[in-house]
Design a protein around this ligand. Structure first.
Ligand SMILES: Nc1nc2c(ncn2[C@@H]2O[C@H](COP(=O)(O)OP(=O)(O)OP(=O)(O)O)[C@@H](O)[C@H]2O)c(=O)[nH]1
Ligand SMILES: [Mg+2]
Length: 260
């Protein structure tokens, strides 16, 4: 993962007696900056985590080698999430104030890659689909690609209540913002990091997921597309509170549309 191969090369060079200190410093900068990359772009993966010690282990273990930087935002977890993530080579950024949006904003502020990929720490999104998503992203020529979980292939991965709630929220968002979106609540996105400077992201909670998509849709200079992905049962305890989060998300949509 993160510069692991690069550090080995680096050690070998440092051991060479005839390399000057200047050479070594330049090499450190170069290797840490270049990393592995995907078709010339540095890739940062950002994962918000609230008590996901089991899920995050699986996610980090399955991340492909071309990922240059992995940022796990620890949202004041009370389990071993931060330890596990750190041991597996991720950069762990603490965010003491709970909230999905809050965690993402903190993670994005630390990201340095050209392209940012996001997903949950609960192993529900397909980590092995990263190259598929990046290929699609590069081909679509948009600034923001959202992974849609619909139609759901594995019926056990999402309850009927969540599916109905998601449909209502996605339909409301589509009508309010004049753009069909099949999965307004998806947490797996691929976007150019510089798109963030064109967005006004205010939500600290679960509504962050719809807000980032709305900002990409509204801003023609960014450009928005969706692509299908497979979705699985989460590992670990559910954090989503369907009624509370659903009502807050629908209220947020109206506020964003009529009192932006
Ligand atoms: N709900 C919630 N999730 C948080 C928070 N902070 C970080 N997260 C992480 O954000 C990701 C999304 O939250 P989830 O609880 O998985 O929400 P979801 O994916 O909509 O719902 P399920 O996976 O079906 O439970 C997970 O990796 C959480 O650990 C927070 O304050 N609330
Ligand atoms: Mg989840």
């Amino acid at each position: 993962m993160l510069c692991r191969g690069s550090l080995e090369i680096l050690r070998a060079v440092i051991d060479r007696p005839y390399s000057t200190l200047g050479d070594q410093r330049r090499l450190v900068t170069l290797l840490c900056y270049v990393g592995r990359m995907y078709k010339g772009s540095r890739i940062t993966v950002v994962i918000p985590c609230l008590n996901e010690e089991q899920g995050i282990q699986q996610v980090l273990a399955d991340l492909p080698d071309f990922v240059d930087e992995v940022i796990v935002v620890d949202n004041n977890s009370t389990d071993r999430t931060a330890d596990v993530a750190r041991k597996m080579g991720a950069i762990v950024v603490p965010e003491l104030h709970r909230g999905y949006g809050r965690a993402y904003k903190k993670g994005f502020a630390h990201a340095t890659g050209d392209i940012v990929v996001t997903l949950d720490g609960d192993y529900s999104y397909p980590v092995d689909a990263l190259s598929y998503l990046l290929e699609a992203f590069l081909h679509c020529r948009v600034g923001f690609l959202s992974a849609s979980r619909f139609p759901i292939l594995n019926p056990d991965s999402m309850s009927t209540k969540h599916r109905i709630g998601n449909f209502v929220l996605s339909a409301a968002m589509s009508v309010l913002f004049f753009r069909w979106v099949s999965d307004s609540q998806s947490g797996m996105w691929v976007f150019k990091r510089d798109a963030l400077s064109k967005m006004r992201l205010r939500s600290d909670g679960m509504a962050f997921s719809e807000e980032i998509k709305i900002e990409a849709i509204r801003n023609r200079a960014i450009g928005f597309r969706e692509i299908f992905i497979n979705y699985s049962n989460r590992i670990g305890e559910k954090k989503l509170q369907p009624w509370r989060d659903g009502i807050q998300n629908i209220a947020f949509l109206f506020r964003k549309r009529f009192a932006p």
